[in-house]
Ligand binder design. Sequence first.
Ligand code: 4NP
Length: 158
Amino acid sequence: MTKKTSVLFVCLGNICRSPTAEAVFRHKALEAGLDIDIDSVGTHGYHIGSPPDKRSRATGEQRGYSFDGLKCRRLDDEDFVKFDYILAMDSSNYDNLLKLCEDDEAKHKIRYFLDFAQGDEKEVPDPYYGGKQGFELVLDLIEKASDGLIKHLQSQST
Ligand code: 4NP
């Protein structure tokens, strides 16, 4: 039996951007009929065990995404073994991931999530200290990159 493709979304706190990416990508993968293991983590452990930020949740739920059951988890060494795609939201997450990954063979799995959006932006900006507009922008970028990632995975399986 072949192993399911697996995708891990990574941000700093795992309460705003990466759980939003998890919720959106779960929804879109299901709609596309793709069976993928999906999870999200933070590079830091400020909020371990907490549900996603209320502002992220409200913004995402308005667009029809479910955040039920999501809880903050911190990245661990096993994640570099388990996941096929390890997708950073910004350059700080990306640099941290490369530093924390001790297996040179696994480093190719680490990429920017917005590589799949094929737009001009490289990073999903941290919305934590800003206003509602920041959370809407996070969702716009994540929806676009999720659509691109779905297309990429579909092209890999044909
Ligand atoms: P996230 O946002 O990385 O998108 O989950 C943040 C969450 C918490 C903090 C910073 C960013 N914090 O400093 O606690």
